[in-house]
Design a protein around this ligand. Sequence first.
Ligand code: PLP
Length: 464
Amino acid sequence: MNPTSRRALPSVDRLAAALASSPLPRPFVVHHIRQLLADYRDHPDTPIPTFDRLVEQLRTQLATVARSRLQPVINATGVLAHTNLGRAPLAPDAVTQLHAIAQGYSNLELDLDSGQRGSRGVYLESALALLCQSQAATLVNNCAAALVLALRHFTRGTRREVIISRGELVQIGGGFRIPEILEASGARLREVGTTNRTSISDYARALGPDSALVLKVHRSNFYMEGFVESPSTRELASLAQSRAVPLLEDLGSGALVDLRATANLEPEPQPHQILDAGADLVCFSGDKLLGGPQCGILAGQRDAIESLKSDPFFRALRCDKLVHAALQATVEVYLGAHGVSRSDLPAIPMLRLLVTPPAELRRRAETLTQSLADLPLEAHIIEAEARIGGGVCPRSTLPSIALRLRPHQLAPDTFASRLRAGSPPVIPVVADHAVLLHLRTVLPDQDSLLAPAIRTALTTADPT
Ligand SMILES: *Cc1c(COP(=O)(O)O)cnc(C)c1O
């Protein structure tokens, strides 16, 4: 038959039968087959390949789709709260609670004493308040949502202005820009000071009858040095209070432990310190340093929290039972940890990754390199730097240990893409003509998966 004749195309059923081993649901397989066949019909001059070639083409496409399904990966990037990799791994207690709540019914909004409707998360909110040493606390979908809620809420009346330093109009991660969030919330932005210097008198001059809120944003992912100035939370709080305008501080990550004492890092502001200094409210992420599920925590004055919770918009931002389950268990780990001493830290994976001594990472790296001895690659153990990520401690790096791998026959980029195509995928860093695997972010029980993953990546064909 003429190879460009469309009648040479096989049937959908025949192709689907040949692809029956694909892990994807059949409608996905059929959809891709139909698309490919339609492509050939739309391009009548393209010769039609053999049946086997068509199957091969589809297999490759479907493998790419299958890889894109949400699945566990090994984080060897050295970035602890990696947003692309789902940020914090949960504590075992959180996973257990998640499982228990997920598989059945729960008292999410039922008061078990009265048998009547109760309010969601009363216990969790009081636990969060204890943790933050605040009058009250609540949670929404993420820190961005907490910010939008607060901005909308406080600017809904006649006062519309939010006062913020020009040095804090920052972009955090992909597409999260403070000025845009402000605009989207319907708030009017009142910028004060300059990029590098904002004084308390700049705020004092800007505060007026239109002022609805003073917003202080933790700069997170960058720092300024040199001719810089910004008032402390205490100074700002006292000014805001004297003008009867609330002060909200967006802490971004919100460290619940003293990072200097636990990991010798630059100090991140702790929620209780900021509230103690006089801020009315703080907000921070649940899945950065806290090490819990994605959510945004708001803590502070009871009136302010109650008022935010009564905003109709709050309903659109509330968290589901799975987040409640995981966060409740995570917060209980902190509350049970008596001041969170070093020995209690390991219960929160995020903190355990943070405090693992480099010597321990080196021992793991040595074991690993031994199992690679027979492979066609150069493997060295090097000192490297890990980062917290998620905008935490931009100045600090954590001493880390990495495996530096250089395959004899493969370009580093190819090797890296094969590692990502593995099962489980390993996410490395390509630098200096080599592939680096940072052990600080590899969970210890994943070590045994690394050597086979490296072996497979060296010996299998390219993921296409
Ligand atoms: C990370 C960050 C946010 C966004 O937090 P999400 O929980 O991802 O919405 C907001 N503000 C600051 C200062 C941050 O560092």
